[in-house]
Design a binder for this molecule. Sequence first.
Ligand SMILES: NC(=O)C1=CN([C@@H]2O[C@H](COP(=O)(O)OP(=O)(O)OC[C@H]3O[C@@H](n4cnc5c(N)ncnc54)[C@H](OP(=O)(O)O)[C@@H]3O)[C@@H](O)[C@H]2O)[C@@H](O)CC1
Ligand SMILES: [K+]
Length: 505
Amino acid sequence: MRYAHEVEKVRAAERALMARLPEGALMRRAAAGLASVCAGLLRSGRAGVTGPGDGVYGAEVVLLVGSGDNGGDALYAGERLARRGARVTAILAGSKTHEGGLAALRSAGGRAVEAGDGDRPVRAIEAADLIIDGMLGIGGRGGLREPYATLAGHASCAIATLVACDLPSGVDADTGVVSGAAVHADVTVTFGTYKPGLFVDPGAEHAGVVELVDIGLGPYLSDPDACLPQAADVDLWTPQAQRESNKYRRGVPGVLAGSETFTGAAVLSVGGAVRGGAGMVRFASARHSVELVRHHWPEAVTSVVEDSLSGVGRVNAWVAGPGMGTDERAETLLGEVLATDLPVLVDADGLTVLTRRRDLLGRSAPTVLTPHAGELARLLGTDADQVEARRLEHVRRAAEELNATVLLKGSTTVIAEADRPVRVNPTGTPRLATAGSGDVLSGLIGAFLAGGAAAIDAAAAGAYLHGLAGRLAAAGPEPGSDAEAPISAQDVVDALPAAFRTLAG
Ligand SMILES: NC(=O)C1=CN([C@@H]2O[C@H](COP(=O)(O)OP(=O)(O)OC[C@H]3O[C@@H](n4cnc5c(N)ncnc54)[C@H](OP(=O)(O)O)[C@@H]3O)[C@@H](O)[C@H]2O)[C@@H](O)CC1
Ligand SMILES: [K+]
């Protein structure tokens, strides 16, 4: 798991640690880590001069330097690279410049130009092998002002490898929100702890590959605000098929989905549950949906239901909502599911019913809600645009107000439960924005809930494997190829076994 802390907590830890260290020591640690990553990039030939040598000697390095300590880090890192023979040019963009850092760079042979000095900054950026973005770090607020915005544009278009110091300038550290221009980095070297904005789009997408440099903040950091699960975590959260396990031990999800008119959602949701490792899936719906599910998934045990689930048989968790409609019948059946003391996942039409029946959420068993931005906006009585713009804030609020584990789908899927760090899913792909993809996710999470996983673990594992299956389906079987193709929700179902296999690897 990777853990992220908001700015306020980073600052508090920084103060506590700084009180024990000589002045400037922390900045020098950060700069040493930054310089070391940059030297590694130059050495590997990913950036800069190729041929014999260490890749640093003779490399053209440009520093974009802002007025705060982020600029200071960049200047001290530039000093280190200059001492190893790099030709370092600092472009001074702030109203003031970190004096110690600038003096150190100059003493190592580096030079400085003002951002407003004609075309010299642009020429330096165009000639660079590697650019360090030291304009703004955790002190940045709102959209980038000039000349930062213009420099961010030039640097992001340059052929040089672009390394962001602590975080890409223009990305909000706590939320990942980008308002206007921002640096689009290849690599971000972040200090002490990850920042939530590096996990969540559009910030995540601007950060590129993120490298964490340990500067000793760890013991002084309080609880994290967000975390990014890794394959090993997901492996722990997915119920393992023990050798002795029979189909009941692995857990039986019940899927309440589809209707006389809408059948596709039901087929896909059951598909997610079957491929999620459920020993057996019980499916309850209107006759037409039942017929289609029996045809596609003979392994499901089906029941035609009207206005009661009494004949469905024993289940360990419920998935309710995909394609089930929003009429009175749907409301009655959803009410019956939520009145049980079993874990329940509610998705799609089920969420629409909940907008008018919030009272159904007054339960003590685990509840997982899987809305997209529009559905969450309706549940919270706000606009979808607001939810999209501030996803972390809204998912946290929803978990508190709705008494549930809330998984907000989208460019970055985020999962919240009261009093816990938000889990951010690292595996999504825009290719998953396709009809029926969410239905697959609901069944998959349902399988994990039925297998005994805690609600937040089931949701995070489901999002991870679903995203990975989407990526694998889009990439196809060609190893090492970057080519991708559009995918259908059924392709995601079919790629789930391959996604599971990567966990073992
Ligand atoms: N925490 C740690 O443990 C460590 C932290 N370290 C480093 O310190 C960094 C934080 O430094 P910091 O506090 O000086 O803030 P920083 O990001 O450089 O910028 C502040 C300046 O930006 C300006 N400004 C703001 N918004 C703007 C905008 N939209 N557009 C344009 N300008 C804008 C604002 O100017 P003002 O609005 O006041 O005029 C203010 O002067 C941190 O990210 C890390 O790199 C390491 O050295 C060691 C360990
Ligand atoms: K930066």
